[in-house]
Structure formats: C-alpha cells, structure tokens
Design a protein around this ligand. Structure first.
Ligand code: ZN
Ligand code: ZN
Length: 136
C-alpha cells in the first residue's frame, strides 16, 4: 500500500487526523478519510487533504459545494507538484462531472422539470410550481 506516502502526509500535516475508511472523504474540521488502495490513491488523498487545508466546512448551498470541489482540486494539483505526483486531468474532470451531474439532478423540479433555485436555508424552490401554488 501507500504507507510511505501517508507517513509523509502525516508528518507534513500533524494538525490533521488521517483515518482509513471505505472511501475517500473529508470530515470537517480536521479528519481526512483515506479510501482503499487504487491507481489514483495519492491524488485522491491530496484532494481530501486540500479540503482540510482550505478549511472547508459544511455548506447549505450545493453550488458552494461545487466551488469547493473546484478549489480543492486546484489545491491538490499544487500539492501534487510539490510531492512529484502525476496529475491526471481526466480523473479530475470525471470527479467534477460527478458533482455537476449530481447538482443538475438535484436542482431539477420533480414535477415540471424546470431548474429550481436554492435559498440559503438549503431548500430548493421551483419558480414555476411555487408561483402556481401562491396564485391558487
Ligand atoms: Zn472533494
Ligand atoms: Zn416545477
């Protein structure tokens, strides 16, 4: 496994807590979950580490989440250069596409298919259906 690489990260970032898990994730504020061994292990680890470095927190707005994912990948690229890890743009775009699709699916109104908007409380609203409710 990539034990050596993880040891380096632990040494460079003693303020964070690295744990092994089923999949790569970041648990605010300081816990980085490292997934199973796979070809992009280093890059995915750096991505989760980037969320921690950038102090990402919970979010209400899904568009904010997409911004965080972009920012975390930018930071991960910087770290990859530092640790001399190969950057795979395809992997990064695939990962971002997953979020883009997820956002698209989530924002679609289940009744009429129109793109809904999200208010700061995290609720989605359909401009067509909700206007209709108000009128009736
Ligand atoms: Zn992420
Ligand atoms: Zn609707």
């Amino acid at each position: 496994m990539n034990k050596k690489f993880i040891q380096v990260l632990k040494k460079d970032y003693p303020e964070f807590c690295f744990k092994l898990g089923k999949k790569f994730a970041f648990r605010p504020p300081k816990t980085i979950i490292l997934g199973p061994d796979e070809p992009y292990y280093e890059l995915l680890s750096l991505h989760e580490l980037s969320h921690a470095i950038l102090k990402h927190r919970d979010y209400n707005l899904d568009v904010e989440r997409l911004k965080m994912e972009n920012a975390a990948w930018d930071k991960a690229k910087e770290l990859a250069n530092h640790y001399r890890i190969k950057i795979d743009e395809d992997l990064i775009q695939d990962q971002l596409d997953t979020y883009r699709n997820w956002l698209h699916q989530k924002s679609r109104c289940p009744s009429c298919g129109l793109t809904r908007f999200q208010t700061p409380d995290g609720e989605y609203h359909c401009p067509r259906c909700e206007a209709f409710i108000k009128l009736s």
